[in-house]
Design a protein around this ligand. Structure first.
Ligand code: GLN
Length: 469
């Protein structure tokens, strides 16, 4: 069967009985079995679990007919969860050997909410271990390959989630974004990716990386699908006290799109730059006011991130002491050790003021920049990364070079604002290109509106890579 590429088409097929949910699972698993040995996007395929959920979906459709789709908004949606989301009775490793044999006793709120809305869990996707990375190459289970060109990285840390969608192994994939980990694989795999407002989606049951930065997002092939999943996952949760809900009013006057000059610096690849500016042009041609703005402190974002984040990592990873759960500490690989050491250093007495405290002060300045800029514009457009996908192995031995991949991602995480990554074409050599739209806190409705407009103007069609064995 031809697997549909959007939620709407999948649910239409189920409604019209073109296929059953069990047949849909058959089709996805057949593709995974054929192609994933090489692409390595899944750490665990939960086929038994998937068939059980698919059976329930078919039963609901039989009993309730079309009503079932109103009751369960994600009915029949096959999902791949990043392997940092706890899944009851399905192994969850965070792509680290420390948790190689960990079978959670409960599911993350997001996993539960999606399953309660009718989704089917196909398995757990590969990622950089503990979500530390930008390329997927830090996984203790081996790197994933980019389906658009297997010599290239798919972007990290939610690497397997990007690959699984680009290869059509699933309809939706979840991810986490602490500094770009949803947007980056979306960008490198020709997908849409949402990093929501900090505190809008529950983090209960998700392996913590850096708690003042972590947000839970997802990847899909259209803005509409991103929105559908977000509407299910967002909202208060008794088990996560960092959550908040706010209504957002979309301005009725002419919308203003900001181009911050600090995001178009030296070192930005020409093709990336031109594709982002060409996308901004679409907004201008369609009645938006496009304004150049300045956010002087954002250029320090990546430096601040690489102090605050390891500090929080060193604290969060302290619980994996091999006594309560998880394997021995010596099973931590190099990247996690590097971050634990750096984090411990910047928090240690004598160095705390010079590094951590200073970084927190600069973070406040970045937050002020962001607040000020949204007095002048409704939304910002920026590249997601400075370059298109890079080759596997190209940066693994140079952590600093790897860290610079996140340079344009940091602002949204440090300030807590939402960002939607949108694909916009391909390089001359056929690698995906994209851009991000950032709005004020809780402006997801605006980002969805703009994403849909952009898709309409450009007549965008969901895309998957063509694969051969
Ligand atoms: N690439 C970033 C890092 O290595 C961000 C990771 C993430 O967003 N989880 O820290």
């Amino acid at each position: 069967m031809n697997i549909p590429l959007t939620i709407k088409k999948t649910q239409m097929g189920l409604k019209e009985k073109k296929f059953s949910a069990v047949e849909l699972v058959d089709a996805y698993l057949a593709r995974i079995n054929t192609f994933d040995k090489e692409l390595n996007s899944f750490i665990t395929v939960s086929d038994e679990h998937a068939y059980r959920e698919a059976g329930d979906v078919d039963k609901s459709i039989k009993e309730l007919g079309k009503e079932a789709f109103l009751k369960y908004p994600l009915l029949g949606v096959c999902v791949a969860h990043k392997d940092v989301f706890l899944t009851k009775s399905i192994r969850t490793t965070a792509a680290s050997k420390v948790l190689e044999n960990y079978i959670p006793a409960y599911s993350a709120t997001v996993v539960k909410k999606m399953a309660d809305a009718g989704s089917i869990t196909l398995g757990k996707t590969n990622c950089d271990a503990w979500a530390h990375g930008s390329s997927g190459e830090n996984s203790d289970f081996g790197p994933s390959k980019n389906p658009w060109d297997k010599e290239y990285v798919p972007g990290g840390s939610s690497s397997g989630s990007g690959v699984a969608l680009a290869a059509n192994f699933a309809l939706i994939a979840t991810g986490t974004d602490t500094c770009g980990s949803v947007r980056l694989p979306a960008n490198y795999c020709c997908l849409f990716g949402l990093k929501p407002t900090y505190g809008s989606v529950s983090r209960y049951g998700v392996v913590a990386m850096a708690s003042s930065l972590d947000s839970i997002g997802h990847l899909a092939r259209s803005t509409e699908d991103i929105e559908k999943v977000f509407l299910v996952t967002k909202g208060l949760d008794q088990k996560d006290s960092t959550l908040a809900e706010r209504n957002f009013q979309i301005s009725k006057t002419k919308l203003r799109l900001g181009i911050a000059k600090e995001f178009f610096t030296e070192g930005l690849d020409e093709e990336v730059k031109n594709s982002v500016l060409a996308s901004a042009n679409f907004f201008e041609k369609n009645g938006f006011e496009v304004k150049e703005v300045s956010m002087p402190y954002t250029k320090y974002g990546i430096s601040v991130y690489y102090i605050v984040q390891p500090a929080e990592v060193s604290s969060n990873l302290g619980r994996y002491d091999g006594i309560r759960y998880g394997g021995e500490r010596k099973r931590f690989a190099d990247e996690a050790k590097r971050r634990i050491m750096l984090g411990t250093y910047v928090l240690s007495s004598g160095y705390y003021d010079a590094y951590y405290l200073k970084a927190m002060k600069v973070r406040s300045k970045i937050i002020e920049d962001v607040q000020k800029v949204f007095e002048n514009v409704d939304v910002l457009i920026a590249p997601v990364t400075p370059t298109p996908p890079f080759k596997l192995g190209e940066k693994v031995n140079n952590p600093l070079k790897m860290y610079l991949t996140d340079i344009f991602a940091a602002t949204a995480n440090l300030s807590g604002i939402p960002s939607l990554a949108i694909p916009c074409g391909f390089t001359k050599t056929g690698l995906p290109l994209g851009f991000q739209l950032m709005g004020p806190k809780f402006s997801e409705p605006l980002l969805f509106k703009l994403g849909k407009l952009y898709e309409d103007w450009t007549n965008w069609k969901p895309k998957v890579a063509s694969l051969s064995t």
